[in-house]
Design a protein around this ligand. Structure first.
Ligand SMILES: Nc1ncnc2c1ncn2[C@@H]1O[C@H](COP(=O)(O)OP(=O)(O)OP(=O)(O)O)[C@@H](O)[C@H]1O
Length: 213
């Protein structure tokens, strides 16, 4: 029971519009689960609901035995990679990660530096994040998502703004995190390198999720 992410009839209505429509599936712990779908089909909304960032209108989501928004506000031990991750623009990437790591205090300097290296950023880079390109910001977002070795890693279109090297790095990270035992949820837009890693694939359409492979 506690090894399952259970999404049951998850429905979200925003201003009279159904953005998640009775989404139902179970995912076992471990593995890479892919979510495909056109813009606006509900991928981000689903990920936000699973991570406790939005509340469902009806239905339930349980992550490894804890009901999100009821038993717990957020699933414990989770890493999030969303497009809108906020950083302190005047600080370096490493300073940002040090600060974020200090909030939970479960990892130290070594792990944060290692996370930066894994995404291809230089921990010694003295430039502030305001000088980062979009791709560098995306890499930093991925680094903060993985630095605490989460048991659940949610990556919303992680290859956004990345070049070919960056896409290969994301694919590697997904494989490494899965091998470490993490459960990885990934949304993707036509990115074959990443989609080849999916153990199970769901197609999102107008707020509904259908397993396609
Ligand atoms: N803050 C919001 N208020 C109202 N509606 C929203 C809000 N955020 C998203 N939506 C709507 O919810 C629906 C699902 O959006 P969502 O961002 O989950 O799609 P997506 O599949 O992740 O799209 P994309 O590929 O563009 O990221 C869309 O119709 C969108 O307009």
């Amino acid at each position: 029971m506690a090894d399952i992410i259970r999404v049951a009839d998850a429905t979200k209505v925003i201003r009279g519009r159904i953005v998640l429509d009775h989404v139902t599936f179970d995912l076992e712990r471990g593995g890479v689960y892919g979510f495909l779908g056109v813009n606006g089909s509900g991928k981000s909304m689903l990920f936000r609901a699973i991570s406790g960032l939005i509340h469902l209108t009806s239905g339930t989501i349980e992550v490894f035995g804890e009901q999100v928004g009821k038993g717990v506000d957020f699933p414990s031990n989770m890493g999030l990679c969303f497009e809108s991750s906020g950083f302190w623009d005047e600080k370096t990437g490493l300073q940002n990660l040090f600060y974020l790591a200090s909030i939970r205090g479960v990892v130290g300097n070594k792990e944060t530096e290692c996370a930066l290296e894994r995404v291809g950023l230089d921990p010694k880079d003295v430039r502030p994040v305001s000088a980062y390109s979009m791709g560098m910001r995306q890499r930093l977002t991925i680094a903060q998502a993985i630095m605490e070795a989460p048991q659940l890693l949610i990556m919303d279109e992680p290859t956004n703004a990345l070049d070919v090297d960056g896409i290969a790095i994301v694919a590697n990270i997904i494989q490494e995190e899965c091998s470490r035992g993490a459960t990885v949820l990934v949304s993707s837009h036509n990115e074959p390198t990443v989609e080849a890693l999916f153990d199970r694939t769901f197609q999102m359409e107008a707020g509904r999720a259908k397993e396609v492979s």
